[in-house]
Design a protein around this ligand. Structure first.
Ligand code: PMT
Length: 397
């Protein structure tokens, strides 16, 4: 665990103590700035291990070496992660022990950012976070609140120790969904017209991938079936790449049995009935070609059909551009899924491809069956949905 500087560094002591209570060994690396906030003595006492601080320490290198430090673990956690260390990670700077370990490691890495809200919202930090997320670094999102060192409010507080501990234990296999299997679909499908053209849509896969990552962090053995996206595979998730709706359905069937299925993919409803073997040419008449369309299989509906391979809990998404809730309620009924997550994808909503989402979780048709969530990052939507899924499966068993 890398402890970098910042007023929140004191919280790492509680995180380490509680991780150790759960049988998880923690080897601390303390940055120079981190040592301004917690002493190596307290960190060593709480962790029961040596505290590593210097890159060129002869004794440290003799005992373990920074390369082994970067390899002999199941996970590297950076908590708190300052704007500075996040920037170094994004740019590949290795100028001290912590940043060198981060560059040399091939282990999964999680960061728990903590900083002043203006530093967090700064374009530079947000650009660095985008890079880190794209590389598959797990982010334990900072919370909102008053800063300890100033009267400023905003996003930047270190996540609560229980969130950090839950994420780590979930990832290491001790989470609320341990022993459960999850199936998630994500991204668009591409329905080929000919060898060079296809029908697609604007889904980036961000929401579905975040859900798969969140379920894996809660301990579920997670399979993600994804259409073509520009995202890295989420850490700890078995990812199957497909192109078309037909391929997605086949991969989902392979992913069964599952305790929970979440269909967040934007599956094309239709494909051309006859895919041309060669590129379709203009015929010189000025008339565009015409296509006959045929309906694609409905994956959500097919998974939701009664039968002994039906997952115990099936969650669909409804992407709507008008009368969002009403349409989603009807969609839930028509598809036979248990819950449906409604979101607005109209122009200007920023849902497709954006980093945030406003969703409504619909479990039934009464007013109390519908929860309206505020605008959240897609990561937070995923985390909250993961908690709802864990609670539902716990109640059902
Ligand atoms: O990927 P992002 O850029 O992050 O955007 C996220 C999202 C908007 C794609 C996501 O939040 C979302 O709403 N996904 C569902 C998109 C969709 O296709 O919705 P729909 O209302 O057309 O379909 C309803 C449900 O049926 C969905 O669960 C869909 O996966 C499923 N479906 C639809 C058609 C089909 N042939 N098979 C299906 O399984």
């Amino acid at each position: 665990m890398i402890v970098s500087g910042g007023i929140a560094a004191y919280k790492c002591l509680e995180v380490i103590r509680r991780l150790r209570d759960q049988g998880i060994a923690v080897r601390p690396i303390l940055t120079r700035a981190g040592a301004q906030f917690v002493t190596p003595l307290s960190l060593g006492a709480i962790s029961g291990d040596k505290v590593y601080q210097e890159l060129f320490s002869l004794t440290d290198e003799h005992e373990i070496g920074h390369i082994r430090l970067a390899r002999d673990a199941d996970l590297v956690l950076v908590a708190p992660a300052t704007a500075n260390i996040l920037a170094k990670m994004a740019q590949g700077i290795a100028d001290d022990l912590a940043s060198t370990v981060l560059l040399a490691t091939d282990l999964p890495v999680m960061v728990a950012p903590a900083m002043n809200p203006l530093m967090w919202s700064h374009a530079a930090t947000q650009a660095n976070m985008r890079i880190l997320r794209e590389r598959g670094i797990g982010v334990i999102e900072p919370g909102e609140g008053e800063m300890a060192e100033s009267n400023e409010r905003g996003i930047g507080r270190l996540a609560e120790p229980e969130d950090i501990i839950g994420t780590v234990t979930g990832f290491l296999g001790g989470g609320r969904l341990k022993g459960r299997r999850a199936l998630v679909t994500s991204g668009p499908t591409h329905e080929d017209i000919d060898p060079v053209r296809y029908i697609g849509n604007h889904s980036s896969g961000k929401q579905g991938h975040a859900i798969a990552g969140a379920l894996a962090r809660l301990g579920a053995e997670t399979t993600l079936v994804t259409g073509p996206v520009q995202l890295p595979d989420p850490a700890g998730v078995t990812t199957v790449h497909v192109r078309s709706a037909q391929e997605m359905l086949a991969a989902c069937e392979q992913g069964l049995p599952a305790d929970v299925a979440v269909c967040a993919a934007a599956v094309a409803d239709w494909r051309v009935a006859e895919r041309a073997a060669e590129k379709i040419k203009k015929d010189g008449t000025g008339q565009p070609p015409s296509f006959r369309f045929t309906e694609n299989p409905d994956i959500l509906k097919s998974l939701s059909a009664p039968g002994n391979r039906r997952p115990g809990l099936i969650i669909g998404f409804a992407a709507e551009t008008q009368t969002v809730i009403e349409n989603a309620v009807s969609k839930r009924r028509a598809k036979g899924c248990d819950w449906i997550v409604a979101n607005d994808v109209s122009a200007g909503s920023g849902t497709f491809g954006g980093d945030t989402n406003i969703v409504h979780l619909i479990r039934g048709e009464g007013e109390t069956d519908i929860e309206h969530w505020p605008r959240l990052s897609k990561a937070d939507v995923a985390r909250r949905l993961g908690d709802e899924i864990a609670a539902a499966l716990e109640t059902a068993s």
